[in-house]
Write a new protein. Structure first.
Length: 142
C-alpha cells in the first residue's frame, strides 16, 4: 500500500471540514422546516461520505496522473477517473436512497458541498496571506 501524498491529506481535510460544516447547516434547515428524521440524517451521512471520498479519490488520481510526466496521458487518466468516480458516487447514492430509504435531497445535496468549499478557497487563502499557485508572473488569457 502506498503512502498518501501530504497534499492529498491536507486538501481532503479542507474539503471534509466544509462538508461537515455545511452538513450541520443542512440538518438545521431540515429541523427548522419540520422535515427532519432519521432518513435525513442517514442520507446526509451517506452523501457527506460520498462527497469526501469522491474528492479524496480525485486528489489521488491527480497526483498519480501528474507523476506520469506526460500531460496527454495525465489528462486521459483524470478524465477516465472522473467517469468512474461519477458512476461510483451515483451508484452509492442510488443504493442509499433505494435500499436504505434515505431522504433523496439529504443524500444528494452534500455532493455540492466540496464545490462550495473550493469556491471560498481563494478568498480564505488571500486572508491568510497565501498566494494561489500560478498567480505570480502569469499573464491573463485573451
Amino acid at each position: 500500500m502506498t503512502k498518501l501524498d501530504p497534499a492529498v491529506k491536507q486538501e481532503t481535510g479542507y474539503i471534509a471540514i466544509w462538508v461537515i460544516g455545511l452538513s450541520l447547516v443542512m440538518e438545521l434547515v431540515f429541523v427548522l422546516i419540520g422535515k427532519w428524521g432519521m432518513p435525513v440524517l442517514a442520507g446526509n451521512l451517506a452523501g457527506a461520505a460520498v462527497a469526501i471520498g469522491n474528492y479524496a479519490l480525485l486528489a489521488v488520481a491527480v497526483v498519480r496522473a501528474v507523476a506520469l510526466g506526460d500531460p496527454e496521458k495525465a489528462a486521459l487518466r483524470i478524465r477516465s477517473s472522473r467517469t468512474l468516480r461519477l458512476l461510483g458516487a451515483a451508484g452509492v447514492c442510488a443504493l442509499c436512497v433505494g435500499v436504505m430509504k434515505t431522504d433523496p435531497l439529504a443524500t444528494l445535496i452534500p455532493l455540492l458541498f466540496p464545490r462550495i468549499g473550493l469556491a471560498f478557497r481563494p478568498m480564505i487563502d488571500r486572508k491568510r496571506g497565501i498566494e494561489a499557485p500560478g498567480e505570480k508572473g502569469s499573464e491573463p488569457l485573451d
